[in-house]
Design a protein around this ligand. Structure first.
Ligand code: TRP
Ligand code: SF4
Length: 361
């Protein structure tokens, strides 16, 4: 299986990634059970998380760095990364966030102007509404940042061959090369002397980003003759399934619910999602539903229900057929609507802070 960070498609077999050097996150489940995604296995893998664990346990400084590609609405799939960012920030990470406007221009044909607006109005506003502390965050656009950052991207080009890039990315083209080297600089520049200096760095990402992580780790080790750097660490999460199966993707509005979605529209979308229900009510009462393949269940599991006991109860009710999909969806839609109404109030308040953060470099 080849991972392509620019492909829209879904990853079907996460277990297989362990064969390619991603380690299971299971070892850290107990220690970080306060993180719902770690506890429930959505964050399933990592590279080099031991360093971050040590930093957190010994209260030593570390960097959290990740990026967003502004290309559409901020939806519940994106919320995972936001929650991870905020979680690491609260664990004491020095927080760095890149808006990959060059990448969305090169790979998704989004203009820099549109990318800028999407990054601020969709991503940053939501991050702050979800709990990001903008005062403790360094934020930049790939198209508009400090010279040291660009110098690092250029110098990094000298540390990798075309064949290596082809081995990592498959079909490699100039726009992919530029995007990849920007991402390398995104991840490594906080360790430059002008920024934080050498520090463990955690990069929370979706599993499709592993090629970039591998490239960045290779380059970091080879840059040693110029800069002393820690190899960056990463955590990998699964994609949240969309409303009709497959990946939740901003390129398909039927697959997602945006956090800025009108709550009534969101309700309707959820009510028409694919469930793990049976053909008839009689059958479902007799055989029970299939929560593991149900898009409604994913909303509870990923976002709406934090309490594991309550989650177990929901699972049991579905499995035993004691609740039918109609009632279950209504209950989920109620929770969703309540969440969105409250969240959108916070978004209203976060708008100004988001603009300010975008102008802060
Ligand atoms: N390529 C990432 C995406 O598609 C966005 C990104 C840009 C990024 N720079 C980064 C992610 C640095 C992690 C670290 O979403
Ligand atoms: Fe999904 Fe709920 Fe139906 Fe179970 S009862 S399949 S969780 S909608």
């Amino acid at each position: 299986m080849e991972l392509d960070p620019w492909q829209i498609g879904d990853i079907t077999d996460y277990e297989q990634l362990f064969k390619f050097g991603i380690s299971p996150m299971a070892a850290f489940k107990e220690m970080y059970s306060d993180n719902r995604y770690v506890r429930r296995g959505m964050i399933f893998g990592h590279r080099g998380f031991e360093k971050i664990d040590t930093a957190i346990q010994s209260k030593r400084p570390f960097i959290m760095m990740t990026g967003l590609m502004p290309s559409g609405k901020f939806h519940f799939g994106h919320k995972m990364v936001a929650d991870e960012i905020i979680w690491f920030q609260r664990k004491g990470a020095r927080t760095y966030i890149a808006a990959a406007d060059i990448e969305s221009y090169l790979m998704r044909a989004v203009s820099l102007k549109d990318a800028r607006n999407i990054a601020i109005e969709e991503y940053l506003t939501n991050y702050i509404a979800l709990g990001l502390d903008p005062k403790k965050t360094t934020f930049w656009f790939q198209s508009d940042y400090k010279p040291e950052y660009y110098r690092l991207a250029d110098v990094a080009a000298n540390e990798v061959t075309f064949n290596e890039m082809r081995a990592i990315y498959g079909d490699i083209t100039p726009n992919k090369i530029i995007s990849a080297l920007k991402q390398v600089a995104d991840i490594l520049h906080p360790q430059l002397p002008d920024f934080e200096g050498r520090l463990p760095t955690i990069v929370p990402v979706g599993a499709d980003q592993d090629p970039h992580i591998r490239l960045t780790r290779d380059i970091a080790s080879r840059l040693n003759h110029i800069y002393k750097m820690e190899l960056p660490s990463a955590t990998f999460h699964r994609f949240m399934e969309g409303l009709r199966g497959g990946k939740m993707s901003s390129s398909n509005p039927k697959s997602y619910i945006a956090l800025s979605e009108d709550p009534k529209t969101a309700r309707k979308k959820l009510m028409s999602a694919t469930t793990g229900g049976r053909e008839t009510a009689e059958e479902q009462k007799r055989m029970g539903g299939l929560p593991d393949v149900c898009a409604v269940y994913k909303f509870y599991y990923y976002h709406l229900v934090d309490d594991d006991k309550e989650m177990q109860k929901l699972y049991g009710e579905c499995k035993s057929g004691s609740i039918l999909c109609g009632a279950c969806k209504q209950r989920c839609a109620d929770m969703l609507e309540k969440f969105l109404v409250e969240h959108q109030k916070k978004m209203g308040k976060a708008k100004e802070a988001a603009k300010k953060l975008a102008e802060s470099r």
